[in-house]
Design a protein around this ligand. Sequence first.
Ligand code: ASP
Length: 326
Amino acid sequence: MALPFCAQAEQRFALVIHGGAGTLTREAITPELDAQIRAALNQSLDAGAAVLADGGTSLDAVVASVKVLEDSPHFNAGKGAVFTHEGRNELDASIMDGATRQAGAVAGLRTVRNPIDLARAVMEKSPHVMLIGEGAEQFAKERGIAQVEPEYFRTEHRWRQLQDVLERESTQASLPPSTYFGTVGAVALDSDRRLAAATSTGGMVNKRWGRVGDAPIIGAGTYADTNCGVSATGWGEFFIRLSVAYDICARMKYGQQSLAEAADAAVMTEVTVLGGDGGVIAMDAQGAIRMPFSTRGMYRGWIGVDGSRGVAIFADEDDPDGRIAP
Ligand code: ASP
């Protein structure tokens, strides 16, 4: 039988973050880059943990963690986002409060510095759940959310990535889709046992026609209720078609599956069977954490209710099966 929350742990919170799944190999990441990425993941954990240790809410914590990753040029969200086919950065984000089931989402942003701030403002300051494009940016202006010139998001390595993809496209030598994505996200449990989840992304490189993936779709890329919180990363079309984030929580709610069973089934079976790939970070109301992914790696970090803490990138590290139990 599970112990009561307070008896189980010295601390009363848990936090899990991701910086995207994809074709991450040791050969492709220099030791310097590896160290920088792990430092950024730790900074993101520190930001969320500081909120939670101070008795703050899981909502504040996931926003704090995600903003660090949005501000880092190493991840495909905020600064460092991938480029569209036309050479622009178009950003999507969403957030959900598990206790109230309130949610906010934004898509197709070009000037909002931290899309997760705007998603939260949509949730808390508008009667809507999802705003897109120019209307969303107008709302950002009215709410005083920080905006920047579109060039702010540009990084040279993402620009080169687009040129590489365009070149391969013209020679029909396309790369596997897992080379094209990346996203950031966080799920937290606070001392009042409230779960929250947040996700932010630049989407998939070379996207066009106003393509929007799963990250800003509540139930696909982000979901939270009183017993389950999920943030996803991967080939968004599959995560939308399978409502992956909601599917995990529904398996727990209606099917009495454990977090581990639910997350593994949704990612490793359902997405894979349809031909997609990616991963999730998921947490239950006891602070159990599960991080299944079907790609070569997923940038990830966690602080368990038992105080255990770590960051990892590759599939064979620390949590060999992408699994952490409390
Ligand atoms: N899921 C995101 C999308 O499809 C990309 C990612 O998570 O890597 O837009």
